[in-house]
Design a protein around this ligand. Structure first.
Ligand SMILES: [Zn+2]
Length: 360
């Protein structure tokens, strides 16, 4: 019997190789369950967030509605999970306080809910999920600056955020120094959220984005910020105006939470040798770096163990897989630099809009 520690990515590769079949690694099961989730309804109080052209709908109310509905669903389904909110009513909460609430309570997951908008482009619509990252592409930065600019309403924001100015591109250099241990899991949650949200009511899938978003930067656990639709688009706006449709959106995020929790809770699993269908994690021998790591493009994650040539790969060849967190992660390519991987990503995105670069 081999016991695999799957949460820590490094362990998932190294431990089975070093210890396979010889040493049992034990940890108490209670330490790896998802026990606390913080749900963050963006904006509030004197900060309404984005508003509809007729000024009747404000982002802060939509966010709160979805946040409370999501929390209720989690409460009902998982009485053992502590659900905390950064706000339960229409009040202003500084970004740093939101992150503090999650950090102080040792949350295992942080879900921030927002509504999108874009100036002078009413045809842009859909759902997208952000994780903390340093990708500063123009469209990501538009959302990022808007969501970060909330701090300008806070007293002493310059002190709290160490001189950070949300509208100044140079300020974002600060983020290049950060290390996010929860990146993989944040991506995991983001991909589960997108997978559920695109089922509708808003079906346009804008994929997973990385951007230097303050509230995600300040949190120390897996954290995502989901933009559930565009108030600047008439179709999205109609949906977001409806209480019933908001509940469907909350339900989709709940389903993503449930799937994430499933993977998280079985993090340390006992893999019986008779379970021959579960392969040991593979180390990429042809990798470009001496430590076996390389930049790869993750195209999808699935609980299913798919074989090469499966139609779900949409014709892509040489797909690698790795079992992490109860999911199979499928990647293509192996590149020495992020730049090379970024160039290849453009082509892959034509078939897999949610594809992203991983370093493993
Ligand atoms: Zn927002």
């Amino acid at each position: 019997m081999v016991i695999q520690l799957k949460r820590c990515f490094a362990f998932s590769i190294i431990v089975p190789l070093l210890l396979m079949g010889t040493v049992a690694y034990a940890e108490t099961d209670s330490s790896v369950k998802l026990r606390t989730v913080v749900i963050d309804a963006g904006h509030g109080g004197n900060d309404p967030g984005t508003i509809s052209p007729d000024k009747k709908l404000k982002e802060s109310s939509i966010n709160l509605d979805i946040a409370l509905a999501l929390g209720k669903k989690i409460d009902e389904a998982f009485p053992d999970v502590k659900v905390l909110y950064t706000r339960k009513k229409d009040v202003f909460i500084p970004l740093a306080t939101r992150a503090d609430i999650a950090n102080r309570n040792h949350a295992d997951l942080f879900i921030s809910i927002h509504v999108n908008s874009v100036k002078n482009k009413s045809d842009v619509r859909g759902v997208e999920t952000f994780v903390m990252g340093t990708d500063k592409s123009a469209s990501n930065m538009e959302v990022c600056k808007r969501e970060n600019s909330v701090i300008l309403l806070e007293k002493d924001y310059s002190t709290t955020y160490q001189g950070f100015d949300p509208s100044n591109a140079e300020s974002y250099i600060l983020f290049n120094l950060m290390q996010n241990a929860s990146f993989e899991q944040s991506i995991e949650m983001a991909s589960l959220v997108q997978k559920q949200l695109k089922k509708g009511p808003i079906t346009v899938n804008r994929g997973i984005k990385q951007a230097p978003i303050l509230v995600l930067w300040k949190t120390t656990m897996p954290a995502i910020l989901v933009e559930v639709g565009f108030l600047s688009n008439p179709s999205d706006r109609r949906i977001l105006a409806s209480k019933a449709e908001r509940d469907k959106i909350a339900d989709n995020i709940f389903k993503a939470f449930r799937a994430f929790k499933d993977g998280y809770d079985e993090d340390i699993s006992f893999v019986d040798e008779s379970e021959t269908d579960i392969p040991e994690p593979q180390v990429e021998v042809a990798a470009a770096k001496p430590d076996g790591k390389a930049y790869r493009i993750q195209i999808m994650a699935s609980p299913k163990n798919l074989s090469e040539g499966n139609s779900q790969f949409k014709g892509l060849k040489d797909v690698d897989k790795l079992r992490v967190n109860g999911l199979y992660k499928y990647t293509v390519g192996s590149y020495a630099s992020r730049e090379e991987a970024s160039a290849a990503l453009k082509t892959v995105k034509a078939k897999f809009p949610e594809a992203f670069i991983v370093y493993r």
